[in-house]
Design a protein around this ligand. Structure first.
Ligand code: 13P
Ligand code: SF4
Length: 349
């Protein structure tokens, strides 16, 4: 295999030669070897906004996962091309909501609740799911604006169908003061409710989850506190309600970083989110000891598929005039998905 130093030099060289015609956004979960070449790093919301703002770059080489690259394609102009350095970089949560399952579910839900439901989707979803929400008056949400977006949703309709992450949906509902009895689960495989429903049902949670964040448990929190009673527990809202309730703080990746930036020296932190970010925080704040909430944590395997060799390959193909892995969302889907994304971006959240 090619030595890292050589790959680093090659990436630097292409970046320099392509200048402003190339833009590299990188999600906070990306590996260090990749994030060092990112022009900007951010959470999903920040990266969506930055992609929409950048009108200069001809090529956007997106270091993140497939749904993020789709979003970038939808929000950038016609002449701009979005590239995902490895097409296998998907998101297992996004894969848990399929458009055919949603269309089938929607029929059933309409039969029960009539025209009282607004479909809302976490950005961790396919463009087709976003398009469905856009077409039916709904919007996208991210982990940093889910509460504001749900508040908005209830100004539109009496009920919300929240896809695909049951945990973010439940955590946000609880944060808004909704009782758990007003939430139910929709099982997309069985095409039926899991749990009761009725006149009081306000939130229908799609039964999806993030397999990385589900691994943080209340047990992990107990163990951390047993070892260090003053430790601060900080988790992403893709963790279960029990974990979020037991934690001291919860929020998006950007929130997690901000929290550490503002923390006093000497404070100690156990963080429940993807490993690359936790490790980066550990290195960045040696005076505020950071550890993973779960020491046996696995990384997000799909995020990690973007590595230096794939990045260099994608960059050099761009320079050679033979770009690979272009993410192009079908025009009709892109138009409707943009409705959903714009409803979020226009809420100024
Ligand atoms: P953020 O929007 O908080 O960066 O989260 C994205 C994600 O995929 C978390 O697993
Ligand atoms: Fe998807 Fe979870 Fe990976 Fe985020 S951490 S990209 S939600 S699988």
């Amino acid at each position: 295999s090619i030595p890292n130093e050589e790959l680093i030099q090659r990436a630097k060289d292409v970046k320099e030669r392509l200048g402003a015609s190339l833009y590299i956004p990188g999600h906070h979960y990306q590996k260090d070897e990749v994030i060092q070449f990112a022009d900007d790093s951010g959470d999903s919301l920040a990266l969506a906004k930055l992609s929409a703002k950048n009108k200069e770059a001809e090529y956007v080489v997106f270091c993140g996962v497939h749904f993020m690259a789709e979003t970038a394609d939808i929000l950038t102009d016609e002449h701009q091309k979005v590239i995902l350095p490895d097409l296998r970089a998907g998101c297992s949560m996004a894969d848990m909501a399929d458009i055919h399952q949603l269309e089938r579910a929607w029929g059933e839900l309409q039969a029960v609740f009539g025209d009282t439901i607004l479909p809302m989707t976490y950005v961790n979803s396919t463009a087709a799911i976003k398009a469905f929400c856009g077409k039916h008056g709904g919007a996208t949400v991210t982990s940093s604006n889910a509460d504001a977006m749900l508040e908005w949703a209830f100004t539109q309709k009496k009920r919300v169908l929240f896809l695909p992450d049951q945990h973010l949906g439940r955590n946000t509902g609880v944060k808004m003061g909704l009782p758990l009895s007003s939430m139910t689960i929709w099982n997309p495989i069985k095409n039926e409710f899991e749990g009761g429903y009725g006149e009081d049902t306000k939130v229908i949670l799609w039964k999806g989850h993030c397999s990385v964040h589900e691994k943080f448990t209340v047990e992990n929190i107990k163990e951390c506190r047993m070892e260090d009673p003053d430790i601060n527990i900080l988790v992403h809202p893709e963790c279960s309600l029990e974990v979020v309730e037991q934690a001291d703080f919860s929020g998006s990746t950007q929130y997690i970083i901000k929290k550490l930036e503002g923390a006093p020296a000497g404070s100690r932190w156990a963080i429940g989110t993807e490993m690359n970010l936790v490790n980066r925080l550990k290195q960045r704040f040696p005076d505020k000891p950071v550890q993973s909430l779960n020491p046996n944590m696995c990384p997000c395997l799909t995020m990690n598929r973007i590595d230096l060799p794939h990045l260099v390959w994608a960059l050099e193909q761009v320079e050679a005039g033979e770009p690979v892995n272009i993410i192009k969302v079908d025009e009709d889907i892109a138009r409707d998905a943009k409705l959903a994304l714009d409803r979020m971006l226009n809420q100024a959240v």
